[in-house]
Design a protein around this ligand. Structure first.
Ligand code: GLY
Length: 372
């Protein structure tokens, strides 16, 4: 009789398993490690393209343009914007840094109603300027001859998300964290307590606590954990033009169409908002549309070909608001997900909030931390 063989199962134990290695997961891990330096923390992410959604982002820090009314989420976004320089100095000691760029909100023709709403709203929180004619073209020569003949200038900034993701990952390793690059296959619970996470290569991870920072993939992965997370992936296609630094000085933000200059990386133009599931393709027709829209704003881009284009998936919750805190009915499972268009902006404050939740685990339902 042949001996019965069973697969070799490696068992890992860890104090905190963060599922999802994008900027949200990394920020949470780093903040929690700071409050509890002896903690063993692992981040589980896909074997290929870790942090794929974070790295696809444009990197705009634009709370005054993304929100047009006061809400908890707007306040959280402003808190994150203000905290950004300190966050980067703490967790990305070698850069990148926020590039403080004014945001130009086009205020001509079809954009007038939006710019008026933003002017009314943003002026309650920041200095705003109305620029038209010569003043606009002096401030932003690249718009000369384009359809934007008047604009509102409001404070904002940009951070390079690829450099930030690299830097946060390096800092996580430097502080003793470890990455596990595998796919998650199944989970085990004993009543309300998560006891094990089983991976594709037969590894069994037994965490004391776990955190789901699974972005656009949260619906499917949440089901494995018995959570119904109402998260839809919203695809965005983005393109990049190679132009010298200074070619465009501001971020031009017309909500779904924006031009964002990144130091050393030209201009990023984005982005579509497509509810088409996880369709991974880059569409040539969309690239042509992005190019045309970019040229309408900055006519000099007509002669410059798109040098790179890619897609990303935004995690949109049914109510448009992220979830952060202890998962309802689960003893040792936290969530930080659903940041939709503002994952890069909200990463610092999300980490800070989750670390606060961590220190009071079992009582996360106060302040802006919700049980969910
Ligand atoms: N934050 C810009 C976008 O999601 O396209």
């Amino acid at each position: 009789m042949k001996p019965v063989t069973s697969p070799i199962v490696t068992t890992l134990t860890t104090d905190l398993l963060v599922i999802g290695g994008g900027v949200i997961g990394l920020s949470c891990a780093l903040h929690i490690m700071e409050t509890s330096p002896a903690l063993r923390v692992s981040i589980l992410d896909a074997p290929t393209n870790p942090g794929i959604a974070s790295r696809a982002a444009a990197g705009m820090l634009a709370p005054l343009a993304e929100f047009e009314e006061e809400s908890d989420l707007f306040r959280l976004s402003m808190e994150s914007f203000d905290y950004y320089p300190e966050f980067l100095a703490r967790f990305c000691p070698h850069g990148p840094r926020v590039e403080p760029r004014g945001l130009l909100i086009p205020a001509s023709d079809a954009s007038q109603a939006r710019s008026r709403r933003i002017a009314e709203f943003a002026s309650r929180f920041a200095e705003i300027e109305e620029l038209s004619g010569a003043a606009l073209h002096e401030a932003e020569p690249a718009l000369h001859g384009g359809r934007c003949t008047a604009a509102l200038r409001i404070p904002g900034g940009i951070v390079n998300p690829r450099l930030m993701h690299d830097a946060l990952s390096a800092e996580f390793l430097r502080r003793g964290g470890s990455f596990i690059r595998q796919r998650l296959r199944a989970v085990e619970f004993e009543e309300a307590t998560l006891t094990a996470v089983l991976l594709d290569d037969e590894t069994r991870v037994e965490p004391v606590q776990a955190l789901l920072a699974t972005g656009a993939w949260s619906h499917h992965l949440g089901e494995l954990f018995g959570l119904h997370l109402d998260v839809t992936p919203i695809k965005g296609q983005i393109a990049r033009f190679d132009v010298p630094d200074g070619w465009l000085r501001h971020v031009v933000h017309e909500h779904h169409i924006y031009l964002a200059p990144r130091s050393g990386q030209g201009i990023v133009v984005g982005a579509t908002m497509e509810d088409v599931g996880f369709s991974p393709s880059v569409d040539g027709g969309v690239n042509r549309d992005l190019h045309r829209l970019a040229v309408e704003l900055a006519p000099g881009l007509r002669r410059i070909p798109i040098s790179e284009s890619w897609i990303g998936f935004r995690p949109r919750m049914g109510n448009g608001e992220p979830l952060m805190g202890l998962a309802q009915g689960r003893a040792n499972l936290l969530v930080a997900l659903g940041h939709f268009r503002n994952g890069i902006l909200l990463a610092p404050v999300t980490g800070r909030r989750l670390a606060q939740a961590w220190t009071g685990l079992g009582d996360c339902s106060s302040g802006s931390i919700k049980t969910c």
